[in-house]
Write a new protein. Structure first.
Length: 154
């Protein structure tokens, strides 16, 4: 296994750790779709996360998706301090939902997977309660339980 030597003379702890890289990789598609660069670039420039050339280059791109891809590439090559500043600037630009992705991880699969699992468990518990205690449910839901046990009625 190769070890990476951290270089503080490049602006904080550099390069990013495997954790930050993994978060960026896992959430790449979501981040490209979600980030709003308009106010964020100004904040990142003020926080010295990006330089003037990077700001102009990113801003001059014709669409949001391309701007976000370039910005994510800049973040990926930055320091851990820069990464933390990006999270802070996202919060300040009313993009806390995006900041949380970078701060805590996430990813499409895990976010959607947990949501679907929660809904499925809720539906199963609800169906069990209706079938077990039909007096608690209205007639239509009781009929659903009957249908599930007996098949369609004529």
């Amino acid at each position: 296994m190769c070890s990476v030597e951290r270089k503080s003379e490049y602006g904080g702890d550099w390069p990013l750790t495997e954790n930050e890289i993994s978060i960026l990789d896992t959430n790449q598609e979501s981040l490209v779709d979600l980030v709003d660069c308009s106010e964020l670039l100004v904040r990142l420039y003020s926080a010295q996360v990006i330089n003037g050339k990077q700001r102009v280059t990113t801003s001059s791109e014709p669409n949001d998706l391309k701007r976000n891809e370039i910005l994510l590439d800049i973040i990926r090559r930055g320091s851990i301090d820069d990464y933390r500043q990006v999270v802070r600037c996202l919060h300040e630009s009313n993009q806390s939902h995006v900041a949380m992705l970078l701060d805590k991880g996430g990813g499409r699969f895990s976010t959607i997977g947990y949501m679907h699992a929660y809904m499925l468990v809720g539906a199963c518990v609800h169906t069990y309660m209706i079938c077990k205690f039909p007096g608690l449910a209205d007639h239509a839901l009781t009929q659903h339980c009957h249908f599930a046990k007996m098949g369609p009625s004529t």
